[in-house]
Design a binder for this molecule. Structure first.
Ligand code: NOJ
Length: 514
């Protein structure tokens, strides 16, 4: 296991969808300079690191997750120099920046793919996964067919315009399925290392890796994919040992074995994340059930060596805004939970002010239902909420039209705002190592119907008891230890006496434990 960059231990991330954050050149779409301009806002909130969604050249059929040049910032966002300046300015503020690496597929407009489509063999013939006859479709995968002189069908990874890069098959079963150590598969891997070198050498601090767990095909237990990432980590340890790697994988026992420092809790698959925030009866609205989430979380936690390296996001560019499902004061409870759990928390831009999901939008760049979570950041009360000087009808995605839409400016000035609460919660986390990435967790109450979520975080000699109760009713809990000072409280907080604690309805409390 490589050494984890120390800054991850107390990192609080802010995810930026570059299109929608801040436009400084009046074309209606956000850009890199806009992010640099707003670094002080992110720092002031207390976040220590950024994750930028892909900002590279692309035909934008999937908002940039369809890369056509990994080593060039898309013109609409600025230049490579602008991105390097962002790294430098972030570093001056003691912050770090993760780029989004999309190793599983490219756009079908990538020059590699154009070469790969040719009938004559060339350097890129095996860069993607092709069957050896147009009449054979790859079982279990979507494919591109009849688009070129090459006689074959090409596997796709996500949308049809995203052909899958070839990292080989763990267990090849057909003649066209190349093993992981075939020259073509190894060449793809080396090409991706070059991409990483390119950005790391320019000051990027690491990567959030898209669909990291699915590179090698026919790889049921991910053994091949784990081995591939171990090799990538060995290269990083040699050349860029400080590079941080966070995976979109959803199985920390696998991704950490692959050398990733942290893994995301996903909003799909078996995580039960949505039970908390986005189901029909989300736990944080007070009527749901968090127990399946806790059980799966603890299972992952145990299987990955009781290390707190599962990152829980407030939201992201792929799911509904938190505010669509969690209303009013209960949003604060959701943040009290997010900011007191192990692993690095990720705040999706605008969630800190309670930005809404914008209903009824036409899909933009492959967003479909995700488009409503990608609307422009609401900075202030000026035209276009301070996002852009462009005419309103030229904005990349329309703004939330609601008259009372929240703005950063108003919330910054209001001690009682959600922004101020999130800022205070981050400050409490940063003041207590037990609350940060590596503090251990033991659940006291698993959020079964009518029950709060309650847990003890500990590190070194410090132990902190946390209770978050979104239900309407108070709840009594018995804790293993002597309850002391209440270091944070929300709503009506808690009453603590010895080992007993009563947490009020719709309230949260962080209490020192002796
Ligand atoms: C996951 C990304 O978060 C999502 O936005 C994208 O569409 C797919 N991967 C495909 O790259």
């Amino acid at each position: 296991m490589s050494k984890r960059p120390g800054w991850l231990d107390n990192a609080v991330f802010y995810e930026i969808y570059p299109q929608s954050f801040k436009d400084t050149d009046g074309d209606g779409i956000g850009n890199i300079s806009g992010i640099t301009e707003k670094l002080s806002y992110i720092k002031e909130l207390g976040c220590t690191a950024l994750w930028l969604n892909p900002c590279f050249e692309s035909p934008f059929g999937d908002a940039g997750y369809d890369v056509s040049d990994y080593c060039r910032v898309a013109q609409r966002y600025g230049t490579n120099d602008d991105l390097v300046r962002l790294f430098d300015e972030a570093h001056k503020l003691g912050m770090h920046v993760l780029l989004d690496l999309v190793p599983g597929h490219t756009s079908w407009e990538h020059p590699w793919f154009k070469e790969s489509m040719k009938a004559e063999r060339n350097e890129f013939t095996d860069r993607y996964i092709w069957t050896d006859s147009i009449w054979e479709e790859p079982a279990g995968y979507g494919s591109l067919r009849g688009i070129s002189d090459r006689d074959g069908s090409c596997l796709v990874n996500f949308f049809t315009h995203q052909p899958a890069l070839n990292y080989g098959f763990y267990k090849p079963q057909r003649p066209w399925q190349q093993p992981m150590d075939s020259p073509g598969a190894l060449a793809t891997r080396e090409a991706m290392k070059d991409v990483m070198r390119f950005w790391l050498s320019r000051g990027c601090d690491g990567f959030r890796v898209d669909m990291a767990g699915s590179l090698v095909k026919n790889d049921e237990d991910c053994k091949g994919t784990i081995a591939l990432w171990q090799d990538v980590r060995a290269f990083l340890d040699e050349e860029y040992p400080g590079a941080a790697m966070v995976s979109e994988w959803g199985e920390p026992s696998q991704s950490l074995a692959g050398g990733f420092h942290m893994d995301f809790l996903l909003h799909f698959g078996p995580s039960h994340y949505n039970d908390l925030f986005r189901s029909e009866h989300p736990f944080f609205m007070g009527e749901g059930d968090a127990s399946a989430f806790v059980s799966k979380y603890m299972d992952s936690y145990e299987r990955s060596g009781r290390r707190g390296l599962i990152c829980i996001p407030s939201g992201n560019h792929d799911m509904d805004r938190l505010a669509r499902h969690i209303k009013g004061e209960r949003r604060r409870l959701a943040f009290a939970f997010l900011l007191s759990m192990p692993g690095a928390p990720y705040i999706y831009y605008g969630d800190e002010i309670g930005m809404n999901y914008v209903e009824g939008l036409t899909s933009k760049e492959g967003g479909y239902g995700r488009t409503g979570s990608r609307s422009p950041m609401q900075w202030d009360g000026s035209a276009n909420a301070g996002f852009s000087d462009a005419p309103a009808d030229k904005l990349y995605i329309p703004l939330d039209p609601s008259p009372g839409r929240p703005t950063a400016e108003a919330q910054l000035q209001d001690e009682a705002s959600l922004y101020s609460e999130v800022k205070r919660l981050i400050a409490v986390r940063q003041a207590h190592r037990a609350l940060q990435s590596l503090g251990e967790i033991v659940f006291v109450s698993d959020g079964a119907p009518g029950k709060p979520l309650a847990y003890i975080r500990s590190l070194g000699g410090e132990r902190i008891f946390i209770a978050v109760n979104p239900t309407d009713k108070p709840c009594a809990l018995t804790v293993d230890g002597e309850l002391g000072e209440i270091i944070y409280s929300l709503g009506n907080g808690a009453e603590a006496d010895g080992r007993q604690c009563v947490i009020a309805g719709c309230s949260a409390a962080f209490i020192n434990l002796k």
